[in-house]
Design a protein around this ligand. Structure first.
Ligand code: CAO
Length: 432
């Protein structure tokens, strides 16, 4: 035998019109007593409407967007008389929408470990997401659902519900995105930049980013979020080096490839890396060991019409300045024509980003991880330098070393740069 019972909106205080935000049942669903059947919302609060019976839903009388009030019929439930669970109307569970809600961090998500293509990264994303305390526009049932999946609803930027409310589907989509992409843009717990409609301010045009720019952007963001980076600034006196370079170039026949200062910088850098092995290294995946490299390959950031690419000069220690100059000329030409092969860009130990041909006094380059450091170079400038007795005009080259602070200590960074500086100031040292 069965009874037909009704689920109605209980007394929720003197509120005339309550919005139906989400309906979580359909005919044929089996519901338990106090199971959430719908989410309602007033101006001030969001509430889960629990079932007042357990049984099978026969009919649902509301849909999202409807307005209800005390006594409105929500659904009918077929209840077996043996179960006879008919009760007094159950009070909805309310959560004040406008006030930050402190959420208890649940156990790490199991789902991610099972399904994610990159388990470590995805797991990290979900676990990080669990530990925050913030407000989110979501009903208690959605919060519970999110918690069960190990998702912090505050990491879901906007919901697809009314007024941006986060619905169950948004939580599911968030998880799907993490699983398919390995992470999401906001996966490290960083709030995303809000989307702005610029049209009120004037005309705009949307240009698609080149593939190189998009990939570089993803890589740089990943590095920025993972590496504690420090940038150390130094200046090298390259007056003598420049005089020597000019002599060499003057000896060259017309049309022969000229040598830029960058080749000396590459050599000076590698000589310092030979003295400081931790700069020619990568951190192991578990962060517990340093992988020291016995080869010396230097990546050179090259500016191309499609974005930044980094061809690698291989075995720099075994090559002459002239050889390196022609290799860079060939590779940067290939880079600008978009003809670099993957092998041309692999195997770098440290990268140089030189803006010296353009200008600048200093900048903070981003490490090309898993390398541990990058050397930035800006424009050399004649400066008065005090030699203890008088000011002399010297050509000073600004250098910026950014390093991964997990691997390199500040003092080590400073010593390394002092060595690079010495090597450039007196290039005879490169013979040692
Ligand atoms: N100070 C003063 N002059 C400099 C200099 C410096 N630090 N660096 C280069 N120059 C001079 C060169 O001597 C050359 O002068 P001449 O024309 O009189 O010979 C001129 O500037 C142009 O040099 P160049 O840039 O063509 O050559 P390079 O070997 O110094 O650099 C390359 C090659 C490929 C690194 C460079 O062309 C390039 O693409 N730089 C941009 C890299 C970049 O975008 N980095 C940013 C990464 S972070 O977003």
């Amino acid at each position: 035998m069965t009874n037909l019972c009704e689920i109605r909106v209980p007394d929720v205080g003197n509120v005339a019109e309550i919005d139906v935000v989400e309906v979580l049942i359909k005919p044929g669903d089996v519901v338990e007593l106090e199971q959430t059947v719908a989410t309602l919302e007033t101006d001030k609060a969001s509430m889960d409407l629990p079932s007042s019976s357990s049984g099978t839903i026969q009919e649902v009388y509301i849909k999202p967007g409807d307005k209800v009030s005390e006594g409105t019929l929500i659904a009918t439930v077929l209840v077996s008389t043996e179960a006879a669970n008919i009760t007094e109307p159950v009070q909805p569970v309310a959560i004040v929408v406008e006030t930050p809600v402190v959420e208890k961090a649940p156990e790490p998500a199991k789902l991610s470990a099972k399904l994610a293509p990159e388990p470590q990264q995805t797991l990290l994303t979900l676990q990080n997401a669990n530990t925050t305390t913030a407000k989110a526009h979501a009903s208690p049932s959605v919060r519970l659902f999110a918690r069960e999946l190990g998702v912090d609803v505050t990491k879901i930027n906007t919901g697809s519900g009314r007024k941006g409310r986060i619905l169950k589907d948004d939580v599911k989509n968030f998880v799907k995105k993490i699983i398919t992409e390995g992470s999401v843009a906001t996966g490290a717990g960083i709030p995303s930049i809000p989307t702005v409609d610029f049209s009120p301010f004037g005309e705009t045009e949307t240009l698609k980013l080149s593939k190189i720019k998009r990939l570089t952007g993803q890589n740089l963001t990943r590095v920025w979020l993972n590496l504690p980076m420090v940038t150390y600034h130094e200046e090298a006196d390259i007056t003598d080096m420049e005089a020597f370079r000019n002599t060499l170039n003057a000896e060259k026949a017309k049309g022969e490839l000229k040598i830029t200062g960058l080749m000396f910088i590459v050599k000076a850098l590698v000589a310092a890396m030979q003295q400081f092995p931790s700069f020619n290294a990568s951190l192991s995946a578990d962060g517990e060991s340093l992988i020291l490299k016995k080869y010396f390959n230097i990546g050179i950031a090259v500016d191309t019409p499609n974005g930044l690419v980094v061809p690698v000069l291989k075995n720099v220690n075994n090559k002459s300045i002239n050889e390196l100059a022609s290799e860079l000329a060939e590779k940067s030409e290939k880079a600008r024509l978009g003809k670099l092969l993957p092998g041309d860009m692999q195997g770098g130990c440290m990268t140089i980003s030189s803006l010296g041909g353009i200008g600048g006094t200093a900048f903070t380059p981003i490490v090309n991880a898993p390398e541990v450091a990058i050397l930035g170079v800006t424009r050399a400038k004649m400066q008065p330098v005090w030699n203890g007795k008088e000011f002399l005009p010297r050509l000073m080259l600004p250098l910026d070393l950014t390093y991964d602070h997990r691997v390199i200590d500040g003092a080590e960074g400073a010593r390394f740069m002092a060595t690079v500086k010495q090597n450039l100031s007196d290039i005879r040292r490169l013979l040692l």
